[in-house]
Design a protein around this ligand. Structure first.
Ligand SMILES: Nc1ncnc2c1ncn2[C@@H]1O[C@H](COP(=O)(O)OP(=O)(O)O)[C@@H](O)[C@H]1O
Ligand SMILES: [Mg+2]
Length: 377
């Protein structure tokens, strides 16, 4: 197992820089003058919004941040080649017209810098990067409608297609065999089952894992492989409203963030992950999948085997989010508000998927794909 893919040590290795220390990092590594810095919530790493002092700048009121400082945890820092692939993928997609972040070069002309912190008996190293700030609000915070779901489905598929042309000397590091967030690895959740207790929740997870082993694991060789972003969650997609000629305002995607979970997977994984996270945001969670799938299939139609697996893949992603969320919460109770975001509705929605069953859910999804007519925007 690559050390950077071990969930336990990931959680324990979260960096804990103060705001003042973060300012020093930005100024010393990138040669910029910081006027203000603001911590962001985070899962495994540490992120800060950074405002730069610019000569002659008017007052800061209402100003957008300039950058996001990202400090990797000590474990993922041990896989710099993987981080470099992720950074370059984000820049590659930006050059291809996607709203992804660019990375700033340091004074030494690197996009990643390693800093070492002396903790007395141990020295911990952290990778530091400065990303350009992307405007917009997380899709979690805006009202969802079919048009927006269709658009993000389409963006996800276009991104997977574009990444087929992506080259990097360390591309092989994206084969993250035991990476707990890769949808292939739902069975590895068995290691963390104790985090969800012994009641009904545990039975639900055990049932999905069993079905996954019986119905999905033997189908991987029939799925079409690609590089997955792998974490198109409701806080990793930013949206902004735009006025159409008709005067109507619609949301469009203004940012795709967080390439930290990138790995080799399959087209059908990307859409399953997206469906699960967008279900969390909806009052009609089962309908959500149809609009996303319609957008995704307008670029990449799924094969019958891939379509057949989608239902259990979405259930499998619910399990990953719920189990790893519960586990991380035990290790980091101070961060539980952020960690348990997905759990709020997750258990309820997963139960609903199981109560309805594969056939009924698929009927709703596939009927929507047939009948949905996207509006021109
Ligand atoms: N380049 C960026 N532009 C704007 N906001 C960002 C950017 N990078 C991160 N953020 C904000 O910080 C949050 C956490 O960053 P993210 O890269 O998703 O890290 P993680 O989810 O691993 O903690 C995002 O959901 C987003 O709100
Ligand atoms: Mg994120």
């Amino acid at each position: 197992m690559a050390s950077g893919d071990d969930q336990q040590s990931q959680v324990l290795a979260r960096p804990t820089f103060s705001e003042a220390e973060a300012v020093v990092l930005v100024e010393s590594i990138f040669g910029l003058r910081v006027s203000r810095i603001q911590p962001l919530p985070s899962y495994d790493d540490q992120n800060f919004l950074v405002f730069i002092t610019t000569a002659g700048a008017a007052s800061e009121g209402g100003r957008l941040p300039d950058y996001v400082l990202k400090i990797n945890n000590a474990v993922s820092t041990e896989t710099p080649a993987l981080i470099d692939v992720q950074s370059h993928a984000s820049m590659f997609l930006r050059d291809a017209g996607f709203p992804t972040a660019s990375l700033c070069y340091s004074k030494k002309k690197n996009i990643t810098s390693i800093i070492s912190i002396d903790h007395g008996s141990v020295t911990k190293s952290h990778l530091v990067r400065l990303l350009t700030y992307l405007p917009g609000r997380p899709i979690a915070e805006v009202p969802i409608n079919p048009q927006l779901l269709y658009e993000i489905g389409r963006v996800a598929a276009r991104m997977d297609k574009e990444l087929e042309a992506f080259q990097h000397p360390s591309l092989g590091s994206l084969y993250r065999e035991n990476f707990i967030w890769n949808l292939k690895n739902v069975p590895l959740l068995e290691r963390y089952l104790s985090s969800v207790g012994m009641g009904q929740n545990r039975e639900v997870i055990e049932y999905v894992i069993q079905m996954f082993k019986e119905e999905i694991t033997n189908k991987f060789s029939q799925f079409r492989e690609c590089i997955n972003h792998g974490d198109l969650n409701d806080y990793n997609i930013l949206v902004e409203s735009k006025k159409l000629e008709s005067g109507e305002s619609v949301y469009h995607v203004s940012g795709i963030l967080d390439f930290g979970d990138m790995s080799y997977g399959y087209y059908v994984f990307e859409v399953a992950i997206l469906i699960m996270y967008m279900m969390l945001e909806s009052k009609n969670p089962i309908q959500v999948g149809g609009y996303i799938l319609a957008g995704f299939e307008s670029v990449i139609p799924l094969t019958p085997v891939e379509r057949d697996a989608l239902y259990l893949l979405v259930c499998g992603r619910f399990c990953q989010s719920l189990v790893i969320g519960a586990y991380s919460c035990q290790v980091h109770p101070d961060n539980s508000d952020y960690l348990l975001i997905s759990a709020k509705h997750g258990w309820k929605h997963l139960q609903k998927m199981l109560d309805l069953g594969q056939k009924a859910v698929e009927e709703i999804w596939f009927e929507t794909v047939k009948s949905y007519k996207p509006c021109a925007s």
